[in-house]
Each structure stands twice: as C-alpha cells, then as structure tokens.
Design a protein around this ligand. Sequence first.
Ligand code: FE2
Length: 378
Amino acid sequence: MSAAVVQPLAFPEGSQINFGASVSGVDVENLTDADFDVIRSALFTHQVVVFKRQSHVTPRAQFELTRRFDPAAAAAYGHGATLDAKRSVLHPDLKTIPHQPQVQVIGNGFVAEYEGLRNITLRHPHHRTFHATAVPDAEDLDYTRFYRWHIDAALYGSGLAPPVVTTLLAVRVPAGRTQVCRYDDGTGDALRVPLGTTAFVSGSAMLDQLSSADRALALSTRVEYAPHPYIWMSGAKSRPDGLGMVSEGKEVPLDELPAIDEAQIQILPMVWRNPVTNELALQIHPSAIRKLHLADGSVVDDLAEVREIVHRLQRPGIAPGLVYAHDWEEGDLVLFHNRGVLHSVVGAFAEHEVRLFRQCNVAGSSLPLGPDVVAAAA
Ligand SMILES: [Fe+2]
C-alpha cells in the first residue's frame, strides 16, 4: 500500500487546462514500489506532476526516480554526448553535476558552490538570443516571450530516443514578480506569468484543436528531424511565439555540420500514443523539423512549407487558455511526461536574480509509440 495522494491541480474557473496534478505523502529518497506505481500512473494520466517541499532530495535520488520510468534506458543523459559540440544552441544553458552527470544545473546568476560545482555563472536563456525579433530593452523586465517550445530530445542518433520523463527541482527561486508573456505574432495573445515560469501545453489538447482534415494529416504523417539539429538550427532564428523557426536560409549547411550518418537521422510519428492511457498527443519539436513524410509516400522537403504546416497544426495548442505556467517555489519537484507535453522556458531575469534548478532526463530505451500501436496493458 502507498500513502501517496494524487490531487489534480486546481485552475481558475473557465480555464481550459486539463492536465497537471500534485502528489503528496511520499518520500522521494526512499520510494517503495507501491509509491512509484502511484507516481507513474499519475504522470501518464496527468502529464505534469508536482511535489512540494523536496529541497532535501539528492541528485542521486532525482536520477533514480527519473530512471525508474524507463529501467531499460542506458542511463545516458537525454542528449547523449551531443552537448559537447560547442556550436549547439543548447551548450551555454547547462552545467553537469560532477558526481551525478545525468543531472544538470540550470538557472541564472552567480553561485559560489553547489554539489561540487564552484564559482559558476548560470544564464537563463533570453529570447533575444534565439528569436528573430525581441521585446525592446525598455520593456524587457515587464514583458517576455516563450523562449522555445520543445520536447527534451536529441532527435538524432539511433540510441537516443526521446526521454520519457524530465524531472526539475527548484533549489533557489528569486522573489516573485510577474511578467506578461507576449506572442507578438499579430494575434494580440498574451499571458500574465510568474517570473521564470516553465510553461507546459498538452499534446493531446493540441491534437484536439485540429480540424478533422488536419487531424487526419497529423495521424498519418511522420516528421524527419535535421541531423545534428541543435547545431543545424544555430544560425537560424525563432518565430516570436517560440514555436519553430523563421525561414531565411540561415541554417548551418549540411556539409558544415559534423559528419552525418544517415542511419542516425530520426523520423518519428507526429502523434504519439500514451503507453498507459492510450491517449494520443501531437508531439513535434518544431524548431528541429526538416521534412515531412506523408501517408502516400511523398516527402515535403521545402523547409518553409514544412514549417508552415507544422505551425498551423501546433499554434492553436499554445493559446493562452491552454498554457499551464508553473509558479515555482523553492523545493518544488516537477515531473513532466516529455512524450505528452511541450514545454518552454519563459522570462527574463535581472543579473542579481539568482535562480538554481536541477534537471534530469535519460535517453529513452525505445522510440515513442505511433498512433496505430495500441500499448499492451501496463
Ligand atoms: Fe527542456
């Protein structure tokens, strides 16, 4: 028997958010199998699971909890060794805990010592470094954007399936204020968010927004991701809503990337099936897409066209009413189903606002299930 209590998150009346839960009554440092079964079920049912007051959790316990969702995983960090490439857009944002290398430290500001890391300066990613346009400097503390909607995944490499789960622990959180997150895409959409929130949207809610024709397209199309996608995209810039790139021909040419092994290129379904609930989710990493493989065998390889199609499919799913913006408190441990949600960093910190988080995921041991593959009872 587990004493774990799962409680769906409460949202203001009228909210369309239909995911997220809190879990209490468990000791993450000493999880029983019964506790873990409850947590696993909660994750696949609610997609985002929040544990409060977990500052005491060690990097090892965080890693072990993360790995328990995919025991056959090789325990390699979700991006494998690809972060070694200095040109990757991911490189500046992560530092590795020396004694638990699958756990990364992310955040903002100067930290003198933490878990064997000394005199580190963390930098919260700012959209001006990734977007084609930016909120003007004078408005920068009040207004912000979604930095980059994504799935945590290497998307290249035969041994690097998208991680099942990512865990995030808030170790230090600066005093709260709010910002307005603007979409800046001509719609006028905006969302008031806590400073430095992590924003989540449900892939199944995203799928539910589609017309029947677009749903049929999504169910039958596979996405080919770019080789070395985070280096490939490093020359290009994002749309203002953080949902994919603008097409200006600025991607790093293929012959200037590290050697490409065609067998390592990942071609994944657009729609992934939840292995516990069988729920379908539209799961596309929009900035790494390169080609679409359609049901009739044809391939859409015009990058601008590929991006327009995917943006049309995904944009309704990030409407303000569908975004869960987690309001971080120190000690929050958040698990998210990386194969059922998209997420984005949000916000701009001042230099003195020190924030420290721990993040962990491990590359999946197998690829996500496509829409036609019904999972065996889990
Ligand atoms: Fe992420």
